[in-house]
Design a protein around this ligand. Sequence first.
Ligand SMILES: [Zn+2]
Length: 179
Amino acid sequence: MPPGELIFRERAVVTGTPLGEADLPRAWDCLSEVMDPEVPVVSVVDLGMIRAVEWDSDHLHVKVSPTYSGCPATEVIERDVEQALIETGFRNPRIERVLAPAWTTDWITDKGRQQLRDYGIAPPAVGEGRDTLLDPGPAECPHCGGTDTRRISEFGSTACKALYQCRQCLEPFDYFKCL
Ligand SMILES: [Zn+2]
């Protein structure tokens, strides 16, 4: 946490000064530090889960799209988002779950894709012709960049991922399935 962040939070908590409409950029900064519990290096912002951050008369209104529907992490993420906003100084933030349009892996930012790769997870393919959740195809090895890979299991460390092995460096890796 940068030093200014702590001072800022202390002011909000100690003096009870609630944040307002002018503090929307603070809300985005705050959300960019809320990580996906299943991929703790990628924020909910870089996963493309935050659809909108708005000010609604006296409270912050945040629209969140769950990633994979039925993903058990969804409720954890919504609680984490609410908690982080309260700690930053927003009173009574309202978190709205937005199901339509449905989240797609295309919403993951370039930064998020690189963070997945750095973490050892192959990011999902982008655009048309990509593979589906149920039938992931070849994936690029996040360790050596090799494309000669094979799927070992339909499910990796979580249901959202498939387990692959690289034939070039022989390392196993998770592939973040497309949706
Ligand atoms: Zn490899």
